[in-house]
Design a protein around this ligand. Sequence first.
Ligand code: SF4
Length: 198
Amino acid sequence: MSALTELYKEIADCRDCELVKHRTKVVPGEGPEDAELLFVGEAPGWHEDQQGRPFVGPAGQFLDQLLALIGQKREQVYIANVIKCRPPQNRDPLPREIEACRTWLDRQIEIIRPKVIVTLGRYSLARYFPNEGISKVHGKARKVGDFVCYPMYHPAAALHQNSLRQIIEADMLQIPRVLDQLAKGAEVPAESQQLSLF
Ligand code: SF4
């Protein structure tokens, strides 16, 4: 059994916060164990809770379109959330729930060791940049510990605010360049403000 499959069993048994009472299915995440890109959203919504899979509702369809822009399919990347169980009525996750669930994503990242962690939205951003606002840091790759993080708006934001769609698409289109620079030893062109790597 793969390390991720074993971890999924542990997550399915988790009762470490009150969200366990509200979930239909736990949504641990999905994707290959050797994924280069790991996308981290916020929490499961209604569709995800029903299916036990991340990003399968309207925001997930937009994420699929975004991945297609860079020639990727969802099967090639890893997709997870900060919180593994759906908060009731899709309310914001509480700090104690985020803290209780923290270990699961940490362990997924340790197994996958992606080249880039793409944070989607403010809750996953806050995990790595607790004092930063998404409007300032989106589209800028940065080293955090052993990993490179690349903040983006949550795809759902474009569903509510059409003006964000182009920004999200433009940020997604930069990801191949980030990977390319990392493959070349992370030398960042001085003229690029978008890629403030390291
Ligand atoms: S949200 Fe996370 S910590 Fe809470 S019960 Fe679900 S898996 Fe466990």
